[in-house]
Design a protein around this ligand. Structure first.
Ligand code: ATP
Ligand code: MG
Length: 441
C-alpha cells in the first residue's frame, strides 16, 4: 500500500477525550472514529488489526473442534421470554419494536438463539458433543462506555457454546476452551491470567475470566505469585496445574478465606479479554433443548458459553505494547509487517530503490506500507513510530551513496545499515507468514 493513496488520518495532537494510552493511540494512529458514545467506525488500519485478531481466534477455535456459524444481531424478544431473561436483563439491552409492533432486541449475547438452533436439529445423544462459535457484533447499552473500544456499546465478540450429554463431558469442553484461550492469547503476544470468576447461580468452580495485567485495567485481580514465572501458552498438561493455583477476580476474592499467604499474594489491575462459563441446564431446561439417551430417555443437555472480546483486544494489546512514540505491534496482529520510508521522494535514486524494495516485498507476500509522500523525514519517522509496524526500512540519499538502506526494529529500536542484497536475502521464501526477521538475533 502506498501511503500517499492510503486512507490513514494520523493526528499529531493528543485528543483531549482519551484517558488511556490505547484510546489515545488508536485515535492518533487513525484506527477508529467515534460515531456516537461507545460506537465506532473501524478505519482501514484499525480494521486490519481487528481482522488479524479475528483470524487467530478463528484458527484456534477451528483447531479445538468448534464449528463456525453466524447468528443474527437482531433477535426476537420471545426467545428471551422463554429463557426468562427478557425482564431481568435491564437497561443494557437495546430493545427495538419492529413495524408490526413485535418486540425485537439487538443481541447483547446469544445463548437463546444458539439454544433454539440446537434444539431444532439435534435430537440424539449420538450427535453430542457439539461446540458452535461465531464472531459477531454485540450491543450493550453500557452505563459508562469509555476507554475507546475497551468498553464500547457496540463491540465484536467471539462467542461459543458447548453442548454435552453430562457434567463430565461439559468439564472436558470447558477445559478444552481453557487451554484454547491460553493458546489464543499467547499467539497475540499476551500473557492472560485465568482467574476464578463468579459462577452465578450454578455454583462450582467452572467460571474463569482471562485478564491481561495493566494499570489501566478496570478489574482488580488477586493471584498467586507463582503465576509470574509460569508458561501461560496453553500446553495441554498445564491446565490442571494452572487451575490448582489461586487466582480470583475481586467479586470472588475474600481476604479472610484466601489460601495464599499475604507475601505470596499479588494484587493487580486486569483487562478482562475472555470469559469461560459452565451453566448446566440454565437455558436448555426452560427452552427444551434435550436429546434422546441410549435407553430412549430424554436428557436435557449441559451447556457452557465462552467469550473473547475481539475488539477489546485491540486496545488491550496496545496497553501491553506501546512507548512514548506510539504503538509496538506484535508481528502476529500488526496491520503491516514493514513500513518503507522514502526520505527524499522525488530523488531519482531514492524513488528507484524504494520501488524495487516495495515490489520485492510484495512478491514475497510481505505486507508493506510505503511512505512515498513528500513530507519531511521527521513527519515520516513520527508517523511510522506511531502506527507501530514491527519493521522499518529507511531509504535516503546518504545511505544509497554507499549502497545501503537502514533497517529498524520498532520494538527494540535496533538499527542496522545493509545492502539491498542482504535485505532481500532475509525475506521469507514462501507466502510471508508472520515471523519476518530483518535483523539478526
Ligand atoms: P465486563 O465485566 O468487562 O463488562 P462481561 O462480564 O460483561 O465483561 P462477557 O459477557 O463475559 O463480559 O463477555 C465476554 C467478553 O466480551 C468479555 O470478556 C470482554 O472481553 C468482552 N466485552 C464485554 N463487554 C464489553 C464491552 N462493553 N466492550 C468491549 N468488550 C466487551
Ligand atoms: Mg459487562
Amino acid at each position: 500500500m502506498r501511503r500517499s493513496l492510503y486512507f490513514l488520518p494520523t493526528l499529531k495532537e493528543t485528543p483531549a477525550e482519551a484517558q488511556i494510552a490505547s484510546h489515545r493511540l488508536m485515535l492518533r494512529a487513525g484506527m477508529i472514529r467515534q460515531s456516537s458514545a461507545g460506537i465506532y467506525s473501524w478505519l482501514p488500519l484499525g480494521l486490519r488489526v481487528l481482522r488479524n485478531i479475528e483470524r487467530i481466534v478463528r484458527e484456534e477455535q477451528d483447531a479445538a473442534g468448534c464449528q463456525e456459524l453466524l447468528m443474527p444481531t437482531i433477535q426476537p424478544a420471545d426467545l428471551w421470554r422463554e429463557s426468562g431473561r427478557y425482564d431481568d436483563y435491564g437497561k443494557e439491552m437495546l430493545r427495538i419494536p419492529d413495524r408490526h409492533g413485535r418486540d425485537m432486541l439487538y443481541g447483547p449475547t446469544h445463548e437463546e438463539v444458539v439454544t433454539e438452533v440446537f434444539r431444532s436439529y439435534v435430537k440424539s445423544y449420538r450427535d453430542l458433543p457439539k461446540n458452535l462459535y461465531q464472531i459477531q457484533w454485540k450491543f450493550r447499552d453500557e452505563v459508562r462506555p469509555r476507554f475507546g473500544v475497551m468498553r464500547g456499546r457496540e463491540f465484536l465478540m467471539k462467542d461459543n457454546y458447548s453442548f454435552d450429554l453430562d457434567i463430565a463431558g461439559a468439564k472436558r469442553s470447558y477445559d478444552n476452551m481453557y487451554a484454547t484461550y491460553l493458546r489464543t492469547f499467547a499467539r497475540m503476544g499476551l500473557r492472560a491470567i485465568p482467574v476464578k470468576a463468579d459462577p452465578g447461580a450454578i455454583g462450582g468452580d467452572m467460571s474463569h475470566e482471562f485478564h491481561i495485567l495493566a494499570e489501566t485495567g478496570e478489574s482488580a485481580v488477586y493471584y498467586d505469585a507463582a503465576f509470574d514465572g509460569m508458561d501461560l501458552s496453553g500446553g495441554a498438561d498445564s491446565v490442571a496445574r494452572l487451575q490448582s493455583l489461586y487466582a480470583a477476580a475481586d467479586d470472588k476474592h475474600d481476604p479472610k478465606s484466601c489460601p495464599v499467604p499475604p507475601e505470596r499474594l499479588r494484587a493487580a489491575r486486569g483487562i478482562e479479554v475472555g470469559h469461560i462459563f459452565y451453566f448446566g441446564t440454565k437455558y436448555s431446561a426452560p427452552m427444551g433443548a434435550a436429546v434422546t439417551g441410549p435407553n430412549g430417555e430424554s436428557i436435557t443437555v449441559e451447556m457452557g458459553s465462552y467469550g473473547i472480546g475481539v475488539s477489546r483486544l485491540v486496545g488491550a494489546i496496545i496497553e501491553a505494547y506501546h512507548d512514548d512514540a506510539g504503538i509496538m505491534w506484535p508481528a502476529s496482529v500488526a496491520p503491516f509487517q514493514v513500513g518503507l520510508i522514502n526520505l527524499k521522494a522525488g530523488d531519482a535514486a531514492c524513488d528507484e530503490t524504494c520501488a524495487e524494495i516495495y515490489a520485492t516485498l510484495l512478491e514475497h507476500s510481505v505486507d508493506v506500507i510505503y511512505d512515498d509522500r513528500s513530507d519531511s523525514p521527521g513527519v515520516k519517522f513520527a508517523d511510522m513510530d506511531l502506527i507501530g509496524l514491527p519493521w522499518q526500512v529507511i531509504v535516503g540519499p546518504r545511505g544509497l551513496k554507499s549502497g545501503t538502506v537502514e533497517i529498524k526494529e520498532r520494538r527494540s529500536g535496533r538499527r542496522q545499515e545493509m545492502s539491498l542484497e542482504s535485505l532481500f536475502a532475509r525475506l521469507p521464501g514462501e507466502a510471508g507468514k508472520p515471523g519476518l526477521a530483518l535483523l539478526p538475533g
